[in-house]
Write a protein that binds this ligand. Structure first.
Ligand code: UDP
Ligand code: MG
Length: 310
């Protein structure tokens, strides 16, 4: 089995030599035990780095025969760099992993074992987030729960450390969407999948390339690319306000008929605000529902993938 490891790199000159050393070491061990073939490769994808990342990749490709490099014309973001690598790399199975050695590369051996057992997709799942700050841990885990509530099929505590078989990658090519959120797209493919668990380490060197702003944008992309629940919430809010306006009307009629406390002009001023407000918000929700449908249509995702036929 011919393995390819795809590594997106943005301003990673400090970590790349160590990453290349460890990954080529790993390839050597796996080749030695006969689990992967001799021409397995590592692809470093330079995502338009501003530092010397590309020069480092070029030098590494001369040192190690297994190392290859792809250079994107400009910075397109982690997900696009990863996809570029997956769609360009050869190999019967492709593993994606970050450049910073936070993900335990030894888990790759378990992924390869799972591939040999017949799994097409193997998700790397973090055991504990002990190396994350409490803030990062709370926001990340909250995000996975929120996605779940919104009906998105996503693997808890799995980022972009995974193995995909050749046929799974070929099916991924049928998802032509531009707003990429790979960890929710891959489960859509189907095919037999399993998980391996690992401990996440600290970044080996350098700083996170995902500042809070990018992270929030990414999370928002994930929700809006996969869920129409936010639109449904608008419809529901409008409906609740509308129902409330009817209840308030009944209450106002009761006050008028059975007490002497009725304030002249109150009902005619306040009720239309709630009534019309509710109808407006409800209508926006309905319009949103159609926009959501159009949005999903424009993605042109495959409607089915046949796994086997006899
Ligand atoms: N990355 C990338 N393009 C970007 C930002 C990040 O290719 O615009 C890569 C980065 O080099 C690393 C991976 O994405 O290999 C994950 O980034 P990072 O480790 O900084 O994120 P964190 O682990 O802090 O969430
Ligand atoms: Mg990292």
């Amino acid at each position: 089995m011919n393995l390819s490891i795809v590594v997106p790199c943005y301003n990673e000159e400090e970590v790349l030599p160590e990453t290349a050393k460890r990954l080529t070491g790993l390839l050597g061990r796996l080749q030695h035990s006969g689990k992967i073939s001799e021409n397995s490769k590592i692809y470093f994808v330079d995502d338009g780095s501003k530092d010397r990342t590309w020069e480092v990749i070029e030098a590494l490709s001369e040192t190690y025969p297994a190392v290859h490099g792809l250079k994107l014309s400009r910075n397109r973001g982690h997900q696009n760099a990863l996809l570029g690598g997956l769609f360009t790399a050869e190999g019967d199975a492709l593993v994606s992993i970050d450049a910073d050695l936070q993900d335990d590369i030894d888990a790759i051996e378990e992924m390869v074992d799972a591939y040999h057992e017949g799994y097409d997709i193997v998700y790397g799942v973090r055991k504990a987030r002990t190396t994350d700050t409490p803030f990062k841990r709370a926001t990340a885990e909250g995000f996975y729960k929120l996605m779940h509530l919104m009906g998105v099929d996503i693997v808890f505590n799995h980022a972009d450390f995974r193995l995909m078989s050749r046929r799974a990658v070929e099916e991924l090519k049928q998802y032509p969407e531009v707003n990429l959120f790979l960890r929710a797209m891959v489960p859509l493919i189907g095919y037999p999948s399993t998980q391996v668990y690992y401990d996440r380490a600290e970044r080996f060197a350098g700083e996170s390339k995902y500042p809070l702003k990018k992270m929030l944008a990414f999370a928002w992309d994930g929700i809006t690319s996969f869920s129409v629940v936010p639109l449904r919430l608008i419809t529901a809010t409008g409906f609740i306000i509308f129902i409330a306006s009817i209840l308030i009307s009944l209450w106002a009629v009761g006050i008028k008929l059975f007490t002497d406390d009725a304030v002249p002009g109150w009902a005619s001023t306040v009720l239309p605000i709630y009534f019309i407000g509710g109808i407006q918000v409800f209508s926006i929700g309905i319009v949103g529902e159609y926009i959501g449908k159009m949005y999903l249509e424009t993605k042109r995702r495959p409607r089915f993938i046949i796994e086997k036929s006899v």
